[in-house]
Design a protein around this ligand. Structure first.
Ligand code: SAM
Length: 258
């Protein structure tokens, strides 16, 4: 396999030409037993800090794999700063939501326990594993942060200044998402944003009332149809990326040694 090709893997080690990096047991298993790669095979590494690097497998050990770092293929770029706060939903749609939100470039995933949330526990490790796999597959150079499940009030307490929260409100007063985003773009604001969606049962009336009173909240509508929770989360993220995020640039940076 040619240099700079092969499976893409996220690692936590620093990346620099000539370094040897040890892969996690799961990654070693994947390369050896799933991809059936041998020493000498090419892989691609990123760590969220140093860009993307070509590498080659040196050797497999028991539950281990050492790779040698080659050349930098892409430099680390600043990515959109957009959080997604969402009420957790059942396992299969939640996995889907996390994977697709990562592909759409979310910078932080924050599950929030709301009054109508049906799911009492969230497996954060599973969310992180899904996020990592999605980042590896879609060519992202970073992993989003994944927060542990927090209570509704705790998610809003101490809200960071300068970060507007667009709440997808399926009922009550709300402005069309397109209008809000176009206005934010015209004012050259919105560099740090957060988007919030409710559970299958929707936000409670008191939650929507409380949200509407917060100075950093803008309630938005996603149109006349009631969307499934995961559809709403992905739709609002796609809208945001297209107007304020990195969908305004042309395409994926081509890989080339730097
Ligand atoms: N049970 C609620 C109802 O019947 O009105 C629907 C909840 S919806 C399945 C889940 C979440 O998706 C909502 O809490 C909201 O955040 C978001 N959502 C769905 N459709 C929406 C729309 N048309 N506009 C804004 N938000 C929407």
């Amino acid at each position: 396999m040619r240099e700079g090709s092969g499976p893409r893997l996220y690692v936590t080690d620093d990346l620099d030409a000539g370094r040897t990096v040890g892969l996690a047991a799961g990654q070693a298993h994947y390369l050896k037993n799933v991809m059936r790669l041998a020493p000498g095979a090419a892989v691609v590494l990123f760590n969220g800090r140093d860009g993307e690097w070509s590498a080659r497998i040196d050797a497999f050990g028991r539950n281990a794999c050492a790779v040698s770092v080659g050349q930098r293929m892409r430099t680390q770029a600043v990515e959109p700063d957009v959080w997604l706060l969402f009420a957790p939903i059942k396992r299969a749609p939640l996995d889907f939501l996390v994977q697709k939100a990562v592909e759409l470039g979310v910078s932080r995933l924050q599950p929030v326990n709301t009054g109508h949330t049906d799911v009492s526990r969230v497996n954060t490790d599973r969310l992180r594993a899904n996020a990592m796999e999605a980042a590896e597959q879609c060519g992202r150079l970073s992993l989003p942060e994944v927060g542990d499940l927090v209570a509704f009030d705790a998610a809003l307490d101490g809200w960071p200044g300068g970060r507007r929260l667009l709440v997808c409100a399926e009922s009550g007063p709300a402005r069309p998402i397109g209008d809000v985003l176009a206005e934010t773009r015209a004012s050259e604001g919105g560099r740090a944003a957060a988007l919030m969606t409710g559970p299958e049962g929707g936000f409670t009336t008191s939650e929507l009332d409380a949200l509407r009173k917060l100075p950093f909240v803008t309630p938005v509508s996603l149109g006349p149809r009631i969307l499934r929770a995961e559809t709403a989360a992905l739709a609002v993220l796609a809208c945001w990326q297209s107007v304020l995020g990195d969908w305004r640039s042309v395409r994926i940076q081509p890989s080339k040694a730097t």
